[in-house]
Design a protein around this ligand. Structure first.
Ligand SMILES: Nc1nc2c(ncn2[C@@H]2O[C@H](COP(=O)(O)OP(=O)(O)OP(=O)(O)O)[C@@H](O)[C@H]2O)c(=O)[nH]1
Ligand SMILES: [Mg+2]
Length: 553
C-alpha cells in the first residue's frame, strides 16, 4: 500500500489503514470524483476531524492521499509532474473542508501556482455527510482580473460537470496563448526576476546584464520583473502574492522557467520549486551553464564540471529538475533517499577525481611554462569585464583569429600569441576569461589555476567597454577581482575600447576619469598609442627589473 502524505500523528492504526484504502479507488475520467469516494472521504474526514485530500491524475488514478489538520492540507511535492507550457499539471486536487467553507485563498493559490487541472473542496457536515462541492479551475484569459474561475457549489448527488472536457477546454485556451509565442521552437523561455533592496537603477543595470547572460545561454527572455522589498523574504525572497503574479505572468507569456538575479540558497531553491510549477534557477546557475557550453579544452571542461558539482552538492537535497539542465540529469528526477545518497557519493567521488586530473594538467602546463620562461619572453595579459573586446584586441594586435562574439563569456580557455613590437621586442600576449561582478565562488575556485596564471604577467591591459553605460561599476568589479587575486600591483594600462560607440565628449570624460587610452579594438589604425605604451612599459620593466611596480592608471 502506498504511504499517506501529511501528518498522521495521533491517528489510530485502523484509521490510517482505512484512509490508505482510498488508494484503491479509481475515478472514471469523465467525472471529477465518484459519489462513493465523496461518501468515504467525508466520513473518514469527519471521524478524524481533519481534512483529507486526494491528488488524482488524468486517467483517474489516485496518486497521493494526504492527511491535513482541521483547517488545511499541505500538498506534497509534485515537481515530478511538471508540465510543458500550454498544458496543465495533469493532476487535480480533491479535498474535504470540515466547516461549511468555500475554497480558501490557499486553495486558489495552490491551484494557480501548481497549475493543477482542478481544485475541489467537499464541505462535510458534523455527522460526516457531504454537503456541497466547490470547484475552481485556472482561467487563462489574459484580460480577466483573476487567473481562476470558481463554479457555483454543486450538490454531491448531481455531479454532472464533465471533468475531462473542462480540462481540455482550459488547455486548448492555454495552448492558444502559447501558440502565439511559438513555444515549440525548442528554445527555453524565461522570466527574469530581481528581488532586491537596492536602488531601482542598480537593479535595472543588473537585470540587463542577466538578460545578456540568458541570451548567451540561448534562453529567450519573455519578461523581466524587478521587485523592491524592504526586507528579502528568507524562504521565497518575495511574498506569496508576488509569486502567484509571477506564475500567472509565466502562464500568459508561455514561460517555462524563472531566473533569479539573486543567488538562491539550497532551501530557497527548494521552497520556490515546490511552490511554483516552473523551472527555477539563479544567476550563478546560469553562468555555470554558459561556462559549461563554452569550455573547449580538457582543463576548461574539468574546471567547469568541478564548479557545477560543487554548486550542486548542497542543493541535492530533494528533487529539483532545474539541476538536470546543468548536469545532464544526475539526481535530476526526484531521487529517493537512497538514490540521493548514491548520487552524493558519486558526485564526491567525481569531484576528487577531477581535482586530481586538474593537478596533473597544471603540472603539465607548468612544464610548458618553464620552457617558455627559459626563452625569457615578457608576458602581457589582456583582462577585463566579459564582452569588453579582449579577444578582438588580441586578434588585431597579433593578426590572429581567436573566437570573438557578442555574447558573455565568449572566451573561456586562455590563448596566447606572440607579438613583435616595432622596436623588435618580442612578447607573449594572452587573452583570458572575462570577469563579471559577483563571480560565483565555485567558479572562482575552479578557475583559480587559470587566474593564477595572471600572476606571471609583466603587464596587464585592462580593456573597458566604453560603450556600456555601466562601465564604471564594471571597472570597479575588475579592480576588485584583481585585488582578490592579489595581482593589483602589476603594471596596468587601461584601454578604453569601442571608442567608435561613444561621442568625443564622453570619451574625454572617460579619459580624464581613468587616464586610459581610447581605442577601437576592431580597428588596427586606432592602436598606435596603445602599442607604443605597451612597448615602453615592457622595455622599462626589463631595464628596471622585476620589482618595480608603477601602477599606470
Ligand atoms: N563597436 C565595437 N565593437 C567591438 C569593438 N571591439 C570589440 N567589439 C565587439 O564586442 C563584442 C565582444 O568582443 P570580444 O572580443 O569577444 O570580447 P571579450 O572581452 O573577449 O569577451 P569575453 O571573451 O566574452 O569575455 C564583439 O561583438 C565584438 O565584435 C570595438 O572596438 N567597437
Ligand atoms: Mg574573449
Amino acid at each position: 500500500m502506498k504511504k499517506l502524505f501529511g501528518n498522521t500523528n495521533g491517528l489510530k492504526t485502523t484509521q490510517i489503514r482505512n484512509i490508505e484504502k482510498l488508494y484503491r479507488y479509481r475515478i472514471p475520467s469523465e467525472t471529477i470524483v465518484t459519489s462513493q469516494i465523496i461518501k468515504k472521504i467525508s466520513m473518514l474526514s469527519s471521524e478524524i476531524n481533519r481534512q483529507i485530500g486526494l491528488l488524482v491524475n488524468r486517467s483517474g488514478k489516485i496518486i497521493s492521499v494526504i492527511v491535513g489538520d482541521h483547517k488545511q492540507i499541505m500538498l506534497p511535492d509534485t515537481s515530478d509532474y511538471r508540465t510543458p507550457p500550454g498544458r496543465l499539471k495533469g493532476l487535480r486536487c480533491i479535498h474535504t473542508h470540515l466547516k461549511d467553507e468555500k475554497l480558501t485563498q490557499d486553495d486558489l493559490t495552490d491551484l494557480t501556482l501548481l497549475r493543477l487541472d482542478l481544485m475541489a473542496a467537499i464541505t462535510v457536515s458534523e455527522n460526516g455527510q457531504a454537503r456541497h462541492i466547490h470547484i475552481a479551475n485556472i482561467f487563462p484569459n489574459q484580460s480577466a482580473a483573476q487567473p481562476y474561475q470558481i463554479h457555483p457549489p454543486i450538490d454531491p448527488g448531481r455531479l454532472d460537470v464533465h471533468c475531462l472536457e473542462l480540462i481540455e477546454s482550459i488547455e486548448s485556451e492555454l495552448s492558444q496563448i502559447t501558440a502565439l509565442h511559438d513555444i515549440d521552437s525548442g528554445i527555453e523561455r524565461a522570466i527574469l526576476i530581481s528581488v532586491t533592496t537596492s536602488s531601482r537603477h542598480k537593479a535595472k543595470i543588473s537585470i540587463n546584464e542577466l538578460q545578456k547572460l540568458a541570451r548567451s545561454s540561448d534562453i529567450f527572455v519573455v519578461d523581466t520583473v524587478i521587485q523592491h522589498r524592504k526586507k528579502i523574504d528568507s524562504r521565497f525572497l518575495m511574498g506569496r502574492g508576488r509569486l502567484e503574479d509571477l506564475s500567472i505572468l509565466a502562464m500568459q507569456k508561455g514561460a517555462s522557467m524563472i531566473i533569479f538575479d539573486q543567488e538562491l540558497n539550497p532551501s530557497q531553491i527548494r521552497s520556490i520549486t515546490n511552490k511554483i510549477d516552473l523551472k527555477v534557477i539563479d544567476r550563478t546557475q546560469l553562468i555555470l551553464d554558459i561556462f559549461a557550453r563554452r569550455a573547449r579544452t580538457k582543463e576548461g571542461k574539468l574546471q567547469v564540471e568541478l564548479a557545477q558539482l560543487k554548486y550542486m552538492l548542497p542543493r541535492l537535497i530533494t528533487k529539483n529538475t532545474a539541476m538536470s539542465r546543468l548536469t545532464g540529469g544526475i539526481g535530476g528526477r526526484g531521487p529517493g533517499e537512497t538514490k540521493l545518497e548514491i548520487d552524493r557519493r558519486r558526485i564526491r567521488d567525481r569531484i576528487s577525481r577531477i581535482e586530481k586530473s586538474l593537478k596533473q594538467v597544471k603540472r603539465q602546463r607548468d612544464l610548458e611554462k618553464s620552457k617558455r620562461e627559459k626563452k625569457g619572453l615578457p608576458v602581457i595579459s589582456i583582462i577585463g569585464y566579459t564582452n569588453a573586446g579582449k579577444s578582438t584586441l588580441l586578434n588585431t594586435l597579433t593578426k590572429s583569429k581567436v573566437l570573438v562574439g557578442n555574447r558573455m563569456f565568449a572566451t573561456l580557455d586562455p590563448s596566447s600569441r606572440r607579438m613583435k613590437f616595432p622596436k623588435d621586442t618580442e612578447v607573449i600576449i594572452t587573452d583570458t576569461v572575462g570577469f563579471i561582478r559577483d563571480l560565483p565562488k565555485e567558479l572562482k575556485i575552479a578557475f583559480s589555476a587559470t587566474l593564477e596564471e595572471l600572476k606571471r604577467a609583466d603587464l596587464l591591459i585592462h580593456v573597458i567597454d566604453s560603450g556600456n553605460p555601466d562601465y564604471q561599476s564594471q571597472i570597479e568589479s575588475v579592480n576588485k577581482i584583481l585585488e582578490d587575486l592579489n595581482i593589483h600591483r602589476i603594471n596596468r594600462i587601461m584601454a578604453l575600447n569601442k571608442k567608435d560607440l561613444v561621442s568625443k565628449d564622453t570619451m574625454k570624460i572617460l579619459e580624464k576619469e581613468t587616464r586610459g587610452i581610447p581605442i577601437s579594438a576592431k580597428n588596427a589604425a586606432t592602436l598606435h598609442l596603445l602599442i607604443s605604451k605597451m612597448q615602453s612599459m615592457v622595455i622599462s620593466k626589463q631595464v628596471n627589473g622585476i620589482d618595480e611596480h608603477t601602477l599606470l592608471v
